[in-house]
Design a protein around this ligand. Structure first.
Ligand SMILES: C[S@@+](CC[C@H](N)C(=O)[O-])C[C@H]1O[C@@H](n2cnc3c(N)ncnc32)[C@H](O)[C@@H]1O
Length: 477
């Protein structure tokens, strides 16, 4: 049973099953092993184990193969029964199917998951940026030892029969689901698996922490878009028995890719309220619309705000840029810290998230939202620093601090160079991907920046993902 072949070469040339002793955990959630001189990326293993691996992705000329553990011949002391049956490679393959993606660390006890993440983070920084750091990974308070029940944002695919499902890792194969153990308990209570989503391609669910509210966001298939009225009627009827407090919207893509989607309200409202309680900076409410961005772990917003404030050390009257600002999470707390005499420039590319940010920052006139890609906005600031903010300049401001929280791809060469040219006193880099972070940090280091603080947080238990907050300061010339 081979899921797919990456190289285009025939998968039959690889043996179906191999036996290996697995080496270190690598970025991406697989361990590195060798079979007759060839590198094999083995998922669902733990370093040091001897395992039998089903090759899922191979070719005679491929530089490396990929495979899933199907039998453990010498288990690690840190192995446990996977906490989620559908994502468990051992039980899935024994039943003749592939595990769903998204919980590739679920067979490892939580403290060891964090030790492995620290090792992966350290190795990635060393390999890509040539930098050596002591790394400790800490978890969020209140996390379940199983590593389950933390996601307040969940997304599902839909089978041709209209059932909620998830993808097999790196594959178009869909597996119908009847629960989502990584999600907060409220998600399972909605019982969305009992509904028929024919005509829908993607179902996203927001279940804010500590509230009974939920927002179900349905993206139609290409065919169903042509008769939105009929689809709306069917979905309205299907979702009518969802618990009180559940809102449902259709997210209809605009005619061109760059257009904002149209949000069609089927029930309740088009947004959810999120409340963030920071340890030292109080409590704030945020409105997040169906197409807006919000951090996924129930504790992530508050924890990240605390870390960003500690790293940025904003003070009254300062000017701070919040790049990739989303719905204004960091900007709202930064705006309070710099006060009415300071300025926060919140830069966000998505029109929906920018709209949320404007609403969320309404009470803080010192926070200005600039809708546009970071590289374009920064190019404007550099072109004419004295031009007013409305004209795309910096309005004579000098940046004290730049906070950036880019998506997984990182900021990239151009944006790092632009931040350097803007010459802020400090940079706070929030990252959800060690590899792109290492690449960008390498560039900052070459430009004369020094890392003076680094925290790594486990905001994605049972998966290989992690979050980091770094402080960079300019080396004195
Ligand atoms: C990881 S999120 C961080 C959002 C925010 N800091 C928070 O914690 O809620 C990244 C944000 O960057 C936005 N984004 C993606 N590419 C961008 C770009 N090139 N320029 C500006 N914003 C971008 C996304 O829409 C998203 O809101």
């Amino acid at each position: 049973m081979t899921a797919h072949s990456s190289s285009g070469a025939s998968a039959q040339t690889a043996p179906e099953l191999i036996e290996v002793e697995v080496g270190p955990m690598a970025h991406g959630g697989h361990c590195v092993a060798r079979h007759e001189g060839r590198v094999v990326f083995v998922r669902h293993a733990i370093p040091g184990e001897i395992v039998r691996v089903l090759i899922t992705d191979a070719g005679e000329k491929a530089r490396f193969w990929r495979g899933d553990v199907v039998e453990v011949l010498r288990p690690s002391e840190f192995r446990r029964t996977h906490q989620w049956k559908l994502a468990d490679s051992l039980r899935a393959h024994a039943a003749g199917r592939h595990p769903v993606g998204g919980a590739e660390y679920g067979h490892i006890v939580l403290p060891h998951q964090r030790r492995l993440k620290a090792q992966v983070f350290r190795d990635t920084l060393q390999r890509i940026a040539g930098l050596t750091f002591e790394v400790h990974v800490s978890g969020a308070d209140g996390d379940d030892p199983t590593g389950l029940h933390w996601r307040t944002r969940n997304a599902f695919a839909v089978t041709p029969a209209g059932r909620l499902s998830m993808h097999v890792h790196r594959s178009s194969i869909l597996v119908p689901v009847r629960n989502m153990p990584l999600g907060v308990h409220r998600l399972d209570e909605l019982k969305l698996w009992d509904l028929n989503f024919t005509g829908i391609e993607r179902v996203e669910v927001a279940t804010p922490a500590g509230s009974d509210e939920a927002l179900v966001v349905l993206t139609p298939t290409e065919q169903a878009v042509h008769d939105i009225l009929a689809l709306s009627g069917r979905m309205h009827q299907q979702t009518s028995r969802l618990p009180e407090g559940t809102s449902v919207v259709l997210l209809v893509p605009g005619p061109r890719r760059q257009d904002s989607p149209e949000i069609v309200r089927l029930r309740g409202r088009t947004w959810v309220q999120e409340t963030v309680e920071s340890t030292h900076a109080g409590r704030k409410d945020f409105r997040i619309t169906a197409d807006g961005f919000w951090q996924v772990h129930r504790r992530a917003p508050a924890l990240l705000v605390d870390h960003v404030l500690a790293a940025a050390q904003p003070s009254a009257g300062q000017t701070v840029a919040d790049l990739y600002g989303g719905a204004g999470l960091f900007s709202a707390f930064l705006a309070e810290a710099v006060g009415p005499d300071g300025t926060v420039l919140s830069v966000e590319a998505s029109p929906g998230a920018s709209r949320d940010a404007r609403r969320n920052l309404h009470a803080a006139p010192q926070a200005v939202v600039q809708n546009g890609t970071t590289d374009r906005v920064l190019a404007g600031w550099l072109r004419d620093r004295n031009a007013s903010l409305d004209e795309g300049g910096l309005g004579d401001h000098r940046l004290d601090t730049v906070v950036l929280d880019p998506p997984r791809a990182g900021a990239g060469q151009r944006v790092v160079e632009q931040i350097h040219q803007l010459s802020p006193g400090r940079v706070v880099y929030v990252s959800c991907d060690p590899a792109s972070f290492a690449r960008d940090l390498g560039q900052f280091t070459q430009l004369g920046w020094r890392t003076t603080g680094l925290e790594v947080l486990d905001l994605y238990p049972d998966t290989h993902h992690m979050e980091s907050v770094a402080v960079l300061e300019r080396v004195e010339q």
